[in-house]
Design a protein around this ligand. Structure first.
Ligand SMILES: NC(=O)c1ccc[n+]([C@@H]2O[C@H](COP(=O)([O-])OP(=O)(O)OC[C@H]3O[C@@H](n4cnc5c(N)ncnc54)[C@H](OP(=O)(O)O)[C@@H]3O)[C@@H](O)[C@H]2O)c1
Length: 334
């Protein structure tokens, strides 16, 4: 296969699904057979490359002909349809967390471990949006140094929780800051607020999002990182930011680190005194890294500030790059 012939996007009415259709249209504008699937059709339509597609209810029949399936719905949907479609010979790119830590399923950021993707039918997991942005700079560092400790604090956009969360933010903003909770995506108001909880909190005091950062990063990079995270939701629509502290096995000059980062596909270094922001990163496929500096006290310690569009590189673009890697052996554009 040199180009996909029949593509199915499951979750096409959601934030990731809509962005997938946009990125697919940018990179494969001539694609003729694209099916947009969701829980129900309901007479809805979505746009693909200037065409209007009907939304259909997901079923085995709707997926049977597809040679490429993007799953951007729920973990239960991925469990039900992912292995089934892959067994029939489709490349299945799963955006849910269902198979990410399955040892049989590659978890891929193409610039880091794209070699794990085969040509043809396979189930491939795409990581969590915060993990994708984090592993690119860590990969650049690991090419030159051993990483002995990583501490991450995230500032995650509301779109990372899906369309209902964006609706909650908008309803609360319409009320003016200081109002009540206006939705079910978050237990406290998100407008004008900062929530130190992304997903469920476990008995150890860590949230699911924080565990994803630790476990997924180690699986992708193939090494222990001693990574601990604090994942925080902020009232930003699109674009996750991460303040990252990394300890290396020996001291390094921040200018050398900037050079390593510049040499890594997919990364854009933002030079001091400028720094990346979610609003500037939104709509872009790059992972932006700025504020690269030595720790004040620990000679092997380094600080970075990372920003990426969670719906594009954090989700849709990474998934389409997995398709490109499967087709061409590399992603044509990072
Ligand atoms: N948002 C992000 O930044 C991000 C990043 C990385 C990964 N992800 C993952 O990507 C997936 C989609 O996230 P999202 O933010 O796009 O969510 P979303 O905006 O809430 O959209 C959910 C989509 O899933 C569909 N869906 C729900 N239940 C379904 C079912 N039983 N059968 C078929 N389709 C069903 C919905 O269809 P209906 O319109 O019919 O309800 C809708 O298209 C999730 O697994 C999420 O964890 C999200």
């Amino acid at each position: 296969m040199t180009r996909p012939s029949r593509v199915a996007v499951v979750g096409a009415t959601g934030l990731v699904g809509q962005t997938l259709l946009t990125v697919l249209g940018e990179r494969f504008p001539g694609l003729e057979h694209v099916r947009a699937l969701a829980e129900c059709g309901g007479g809805r339509t979505v746009q693909f490359a200037g065409r209007t597609l009907p939304v259909e209810a997901i079923s085995e029949e709707a997926l049977a002909e597809a040679d490429v399936v993007f799953l951007a719905a729920t973990s239960a949907v991925s469990e039900r349809f992912g292995p089934w479609a892959a067994a029939r010979g489709a490349l299945v790119v799963d955006k849910s967390s269902r198979f990410r830590m399955d040892p049989e399923v590659p978890l891929v950021v193409p610039e880091v471990n794209g070699h794990l993707i085969q040509r043809g039918g396979q189930l491939v997991a795409s990581p969590n949006c915060s993990t994708i942005a984090l592993v690119l700079p860590l990969h650049a560092l690991l090419r030159h140094r051993r990483v002995t400790r990583v501490l991450v604090s995230t500032y995650q956009a509301v779109s990372g929780t899906g369309r209902e969360a964006l609706m909650q933010l908008e309803a609360e903003m319409a009320d003016g800051l200081g109002g009540e909770v206006r939705g079910t995506a978050y237990p406290k108001p998100i407008a004008g607020n900062v929530l130190a909880q992304c997903d469920h909190l476990d008995d150890a005091g860590y949230t699911l999002e924080e565990w994803k950062l630790t476990r997924e990063s180690e699986k992708i990079l193939g090494t222990r990182l001693r990574l601990s995270a604090t994942a925080v939701r902020v009232p930003v629509r699109i674009g996750h930011a991460e303040a990252v502290y990394v300890e290396l096995d020996r001291p390094v000059d921040p200018e050398a680190v900037r050079d390593w980062l510049r040499a890594t596909p997919g990364i854009v270094v933002v030079e001091d005194p400028d720094y990346p922001t979610p609003r500037e990163a939104a709509g872009s496929d790059a992972v932006y890294v700025g504020r690269v500096r030595r720790d004040l006290h620990e000679p092997t310690g380094l600080h970075l500030f990372i920003v990426a569009d969670n719906l594009r590189k954090g989700a849709a673009t990474n998934a389409v790059q997995i398709l490109e890697q499967s087709l061409f052996g590399e992603s044509v554009r990072s």
